[in-house]
Ligand binder design. Structure first.
Ligand SMILES: Nc1ncnc2c1ncn2[C@@H]1O[C@H](COP(=O)(O)OP(=O)(O)OP(=O)(O)O)[C@@H](O)[C@H]1O
Ligand SMILES: [Mg+2]
Length: 506
């Protein structure tokens, strides 16, 4: 038997075995006596609540945390990586939860990151562009290798980052939340790539809060809770309810039901219009958008990545200039030349990328007050009040760890997202535009967000939720418009709607 046959038949030493892994950050225990085994040629789904320790475990494998207790074996050999370089050399590749591409470099440079082909000591651009194009095409990714990375849609950037990891020759591939920014067709393509990678005998760890995705692609599923492995099971033997119960306990069927079953929309056609949008256009981003935002109603805007909804959100917040059409509020035409105009008109915005509005080196409580108050108003607020307000949010949103003093960078991804949302809850605006409000959140965190958004709606706010995730729109919206190629193609109001019907319309 050749080495390839052995790999394909799943024989040979186990690619990864971890035993008794413990890791703390100051007083916070991230992993306690955790174990994990990855077999050859398998896709291993890893799930657990926000803060369960998934990313920390993966960063240990990828050499990013050198300080930890416990043992790790790669292909039967004891290892303890001191750096990412050592892990890379041992065949570990990781796509991080937070995108880590270099936006100012070309696609090809990102694919070849750190290993550009040279000729007579110079970067060989010609072979780099050709090589990147061929590699990406082999993965079904059709993109110009000369394009600047930052100019591409996030979903595409995520796929290219995966391409880079595959290109590096990694045999153990870690994907931390790879589908969060992908549209359904992109997820489909990603899965095809992953199946091909599996067929070549490489192993994949797939982390996601989209349990449907995990159950669809994984051979094996491991559940983490409070820094420990709770259980590992064949994916074919389990279903979503089983997974959720072990992740967070029972009693969360309602939300999950809204993901799979049909939702009766509770639209409020008679409610006062806070903002009337008519014939709004913005260059090539979107065209002829007309919709009403009503008091006490959540309007969902659904569409695939790149359908123009992100640009529409920006236009509603004065961040993107519209080229035609009108916005009317209380019978007055609004001219939103900048975000200050929008804020004066009572519009608040929570963007999809939390990086742009959070301060990672600052404690949680400051992150909850800074943008709400603006620099000047902050001076009026006593530090004690600032902390008190933050403490209430931390409690209401079940933010972990439950302290307002923790630095933002020490929170898990899902908890950072809650902080981003909390900023706008202190003095609710008239209208709130949320872009991807539950991205990266676990089931119970999503429930917290649903509760908060409904609470604000019931206080009379007009809320617009933009998302590429059907689940997010279905769990939050009272009325839904579907966007496609920059236009509204469908509206669902006062009727029953399901994930399938949304996907069909998009
Ligand atoms: N650099 C850090 N400094 C301090 N604490 C940290 C750091 N990284 C992680 N933690 C803490 O370790 C725990 C586990 O976090 P981790 O990021 O591994 O969770 P996760 O399972 O990946 O969650 P999510 O689904 O939200 O991404 C959390 O309590 C987190 O706050
Ligand atoms: Mg994580």
């Amino acid at each position: 038997m050749t080495a390839e046959d052995a790999a394909a038949s799943g024989e040979g030493p186990t690619p990864l075995v971890m035993r008794g892994i413990s890791k703390s950050f100051g007083g916070v225990v991230a992993l306690r006596d955790a174990d994990f085994v990855l077999r050859r040629g398998e896709i291993h789904g890893l799930v657990g609540e926000n803060g369960a320790g998934k990313s920390t475990l993966m960063k240990i494998i990828a050499g990013l945390h050198a300080q930890y207790q416990g043992g790790m074996m790669i292909d039967g050999r004891e290892v303890h990586f001191r750096s990412a370089r050592e892990a890379l050399a041992a065949g570990i590749g990781m796509v991080h939860q937070e995108l880590s591409v270099v936006p100012d470099l070309t696609v090809a440079e990102n694919v070849y990151l750190g290993k550009q082909p040279t000729r007579a000591g110079m970067v060989d651009w010609r072979s780099m562009f050709a090589g990147a194009r061929a590699h990406l095409a082999s993965l079904g990714i059709d993109v110009d290798p000369r394009a600047r990375m930052g100019s591409l849609a996030i979903g595409l950037q995520q796929l290219i980052e995966l391409a880079r990891v595959l290109f590096s020759g990694a045999r153990i591939i870690i994907l931390d939340e790879p589908t969060s920014a992908l549209s359904p067709p992109e997820v489909h393509r990603l899965f095809e790539v992953l199946r091909a990678v599996r067929a070549s005998g490489r192993s994949i760890i797939f982390i996601s809060h989209f349990l449907d995705d995990v159950l669809a692609i994984a051979d094996t599923v491991t559940i983490f809770r409070n820094g420990r492995r709770i259980v590992t099971e064949d994916a074919a033997k389990i279903d979503k309810g089983w997974v959720i119960e072990r992740m967070i306990g029972s009693g969360h069927e309602d939300l999950e039901e809204s993901y799979t079953g049909a939702i009766a929309l509770d639209s409020k056609p008679g409610a006062p219009v806070i903002l009337a949008v008519r014939g709004l256009c913005a260059g090539r981003a979107f065209a002829d958008i007309s919709l009403d935002v009503r008091a006490g109603e959540v309007l969902g805007v659904y569409g695939f990545m790149g359908c123009g909804q992100i640009e529409l959100a920006r236009a509603l917040f004065g961040k993107l200039k519209s080229t035609a059409g009108t916005l009317t509020s209380d019978g007055k035409v609004l001219r939103l030349r900048n975000t200050a105009d929008a804020r004066r008109a009572g519009v608040a915005f929570v963007p999809e990328s939390r990086r742009s509005m959070l301060f990672y080196q600052e404690p949680v409580y400051k992150n909850m007050s800074i943008s709400v108050l603006g620099r000047i108003a902050r001076l009026w607020l006593k530090p004690a009040t600032e902390r008190d307000i933050a403490r209430r949010h931390v409690e209401a949103l079940s933010i972990r760890p439950p302290t307002v003093e923790a630095l933002l960078q020490s929170l898990s991804g899902g908890n950072q997202q809650k902080v981003a949302l909390a900023k706008w809850l202190t003095w609710p605006p008239r209208m709130l535009v949320l872009s991807e409000p539950t991205r990266g959140m676990d089931v119970s965190a999503k429930e917290d967000v649903v509760k908060i958004v409904r609470g604000l709606r019931d206080r009379g706010l007009g809320i617009v939720v933009m998302s590429t995730e059907p689940e997010t729109v279905l769990s939050l919206a009272d009325r839904i418009v579907v966007m496609k190629k920059g236009r509204i193609v469908r509206e669902f109001a006062g009727e029953t709607v399901s994930k399938d019907r949304l996907l069909e319309a998009a």
